[in-house]
Design a protein around this ligand. Structure first.
Ligand SMILES: Cc1ncc(COP(=O)(O)O)c(C=O)c1O
Ligand SMILES: N[C@@H](CCCC[NH3+])C(=O)O
Length: 440
């Protein structure tokens, strides 16, 4: 079914802050037309709008003025991103020795690094303690033993203890991490969290400085974060009463939703900052606790909308039912989210003016999987043809960081744009990169 020939305006809820419609012929980001970036760097191509990243960092800093904002590097991390985050005054969450190595290579201040992970290896922990990261978030009793086995450093290692508040983030089951019977953290309800605190408080060489919880990802309800905060403050009061220790930090994790399609729900930094701080202040008052330093850990909310992926159309086919498939030169190797979570995306023809009316189109990848879908029912001009360029916004989080070499397809480059300049941040993988590890 053909729809209107008029294309929707750029929705800056899902496109980067500097995205600009060039009279229907193209879209520029960071002052550079996407078609020009595709010509220069090839496709598939990840574009990252530096201005968008910095603006979102500042929005979270302003929303949590008295607290701390930690960028969750698992969303997207490279040296340039680490530098931008450091320059904007945020802290950084890493969850592996590899992510820590990137932070270290970028000169990220060790004391503003938090190491996460439900199963940190001895290598992860050793790297964290050797670099002197500010805090390690303890996620299991085995980890307490592994930390102790690494021996003490000159100064006690500051720890946060990850606890389960028993709050369901309400998004995809694969992203739900605040409920009982999942792999992360110590259960408050079972008493495991209180026992973990007892073990850590008595352990020489460590300094417990606070509690942490993270209830999930792509969460649209602030009320769920408020509920988790109250439950963790309740445990802080119990710890004070049992040990005479008032922990100075409360880390409420990340998970703030962003829109992928126009009209999708999102959480604004200002709203979440205001309501979370009010919930913490109120809970602390009821327990006669001093208000701790509050930390949040946005990942997606900082990087997602800065990213646009550009693909080249390889083919168009119509199924017997009339369903139209447009195949592009990327897919689940650069964007696994539709396959993993049923995610859907906005898609836009760029690089030429559309003349035909729009129609619902399924944009699919090049991989040998029927589930290799990038977008379902995307409105695209009926004359989309091989050689055209398609742009997919909101691909700055959990795309490059979750990319793979499936079918031994080489991972795309990442190009940072700002002020009319494009800069290669991560080069395209080469076949020698692929063969280098194949030592058989
Ligand atoms: C501990 C922790 N903090 C923060 C985040 C960031 O979550 P999001 O990217 O949804 O903000 C994650 C990932 O979900 C996480 O595991
Ligand atoms: N990987 C998920 C986000 C969950 C992150 C878990 N720490 C996504 O792509 O949306």
């Amino acid at each position: 079914m053909l729809l209107s020939t008029r294309r929707a305006d750029i929705d800056h809820a899902i496109w980067p802050a500097t995205a600009h419609d060039l009279d229907g012929d193209d879209i520029s980001v960071g002052g550079i037309p996407l078609a020009r970036l595709a010509d220069r760097y090839g496709t598939p191509l990840h574009v990252v709008d530096e201005t968008d990243v910095r603006q979102r960092c500042r929005a979270f800093k302003a929303a949590f003025a008295g607290g701390e904002v930690v960028y969750a590097g698992k969303a997207f991390l490279c040296r340039a991103m680490a530098r931008w985050i450091a320059e904007e005054g945020l802290s950084l969450d890493v969850c592996s020795a590899g992510e820590l190595a990137v932070a270290r290579a970028a000169g990220f201040p060790a004391k503003r690094i938090v190491m996460h992970g439900n199963a940190k290896t001895p290598e992860d922990l050793r790297a964290a303690m050797d670099y002197g990261v500010g805090r390690i978030v303890v996620d299991s009793t085995a980890e307490i033993s592994r930390l102790a086995a690494l021996g003490r450093r000159a100064a006690p290692q500051r720890l946060l203890i990850r606890v389960i508040p028993g709050v369901d983030g309400g998004s995809h089951p694969a992203m739900t991490t605040g409920t009982e019977d999942q792999k992360f953290g110590f259960s408050i309800a079972s008493g495991a969290a209180a026992e973990a605190v007892r073990r850590v408080i008595g352990q020489r060489g460590f300094e417990p400085v606070g509690l942490h919880c993270h209830i999930g990802s792509q969460i649209t309800s602030i009320e769920l974060f408020e509920r988790a905060a109250v439950r963790v403050v309740d445990l802080m009061a119990t710890i004070r009463d049992e040990h005479g220790v008032t922990l100075p930090q409360l880390d409420l994790g990340g998970g703030f939703a962003v829109p992928y399609l126009s009209g999708d729900a999102e959480i604004s930094p200002a709203a979440v900052g205001e309501r979370l701080m009010a919930a913490v202040r109120s809970a602390c008052a009821s327990y006669r606790l001093p208000v701790p330093q509050v930390t949040v850990e946005p990942g997606r909310a900082i990087s997602a909308r800065a990213g646009v992926t550009v693909y080249r159309v390889l083919g168009v086919k119509r199924g017997l039912s009339g369903r139209v498939f447009v195949t592009v030169d990327g897919g689940m190797s650069d964007n696994p989210r539709p396959s993993l979570y049923g995610a859907n995306y906005t898609v836009r023809l760029v690089g030429r003016r559309a003349t035909a009316a729009e129609r619902a189109t399924t944009v699919v990848g090049r991989h040998c999987e029927a589930g290799d879908v990038i977008a379902r029912d995307a409105l695209l001009p009926a004359d989309v043809r091989p050689g055209d360029l398609l742009a997919v916004p909101c691909t700055g989080a959990y795309h490059h960081s979750m990319s793979s070499n499936y079918n031994l397809v080489r991972r795309p480059p990442v190009v940072g744009v700002a002020g009319g300049n494009g800069r290669l941040l991560i080069r395209r993988e080469t076949e020698s990169d692929l063969l280098r590890r194949d030592v058989g």
